[in-house]
Ligand binder design. Sequence first.
Ligand code: NAD
Length: 476
Amino acid sequence: MERFSLYIDGCFEAGSDEFSSLDPATEQPWAIMPEAKAEDVDRAVKAAQRALGDAAWGGLTASQRGKLLYRLAERVEQAAPRLAELETRDTGKIIRETRAQIAYVAEYYRYYAGLADKIEGAHLPIDKPDMEVWLRREPLGVVAAVVPWNSQLFLSAVKLGPALAAGCTLVLKASEDGPAPLLEFARLVHEAGFPPGVVNVITGFGPECGAVLTSHPLVDHVAFTGGPETARAVVRGSAENLASTSLELGGKSPFIVFDDADLDSAANAQVAGIFAASGQSCVAGSRLLVQNSVKEALLDRLRRKAEAIRIDRPNDPATEMGPLCTARQRDTIEAVVAESLEAGAERVTGGERLGETGYYYRPTILDCSRAQSAACIERELFGPVLSVLGFEDEAEAVALANGTPYGLAAGLFTRDLTRAHRMIRALRAGVVWVNGYRAVSPIAPFGGSGLSGHGREGGLAAALDYTRIKTVWLRT
Ligand code: NAD
């Protein structure tokens, strides 16, 4: 069995306790993970606090910080095969997807490496001849970065990249479900030459490790990605340290198809939009809203594509869909699908487990036109389940699209440009993809509103968010 370590203050160490990680494809334990308890978390935060003021980090110029980030990007690229293999093994995400995503992770670090020396202050033209007034942008401080199991390397990069560019220090908490890729990533941080304490990587269980970290008195900012219920606990915890928070939460994103759309291209994007990562993606296009006149034609294409998806071992490059990450996740989906069918949803395809071993669930499409089920309309399932609703006109499409407490992403398929503009304005979503789905770039901000959280990751603004302004008045 492989064994992993915590990374605190530049040292690799065992945690106060340990737990074993299961391979979601075989349900067998394959690695021993360190568990950070309260005292480990406390040491990690104190190390980050010390590093902030230490000349080895605090005394670096912005371009020196950028160089370290470039080196980290290089290390990520060199270690990509091992990182991909670990993420696939520990979370069940297929190797094809983990490989593709890690290439992106390196791009994010490179983007923020380049931004480090472009974070500028300002001079203010105050109406006093004997005063010079300017704004300095200083690091926000110690950041607690907490991520869920899906896409951990990517969800960390969008936090570490801008935070390190701005000069912050961090304690990064990997999910207890599949922490291997981030614990391995700590080695790359070490090799890249970041001074001790600048990046600390821990894992442990939410109610202890996560809660102690996010409410720690020395933490200045919490960058959280996860579910809305956990986010509420994090925000309550921030009443202790009064840390600022950015919250990237879930979604029930609408994928809207009008009757003038290219149905083949919409079907391809919808299948990838919901079944990639076995549906365990915050931006999963989990609600198909389709104009009634083309509903049958689109559903027919989707059913054929869903049934042709090759489901197999996640480490086989030919596999197109793997297992869910945990038994808990598979059981929840099973229960919610049963509830939806009971409430009147019609099964277009799927709706059941697959195989005896591993947390596999078939790609599932439910026609929810006659179901009043929360699962169909508003509950995020985080699994390979697509709910379908028909609409008559644009007004109904907007009402359905915005009829959830979330506001993360939306997909829109139409050839009518003026309608596309009207829809873009009307949709409650932090990102709208038109005639495509799921594109991301380090340059493009990403985030939501409502139950999808607040704050944006990606882009220049994210780096500024990790700074605080100091206003200086100098009498001349
Ligand atoms: P989760 O909320 O259960 O866990 C996320 C992290 O929070 C884990 O590291 C966990 O240990 C930690 N945690 C748990 N309890 C805590 C507490 N009391 N205090 C502090 N930390 C605590 O989420 P999950 O089920 O692992 O992940 C799925 C969720 O993440 C979904 O809702 C999904 O939509 C969301 N997500 C959002 C994005 C985005 O960018 N918007 C991306 C990926 C996933």
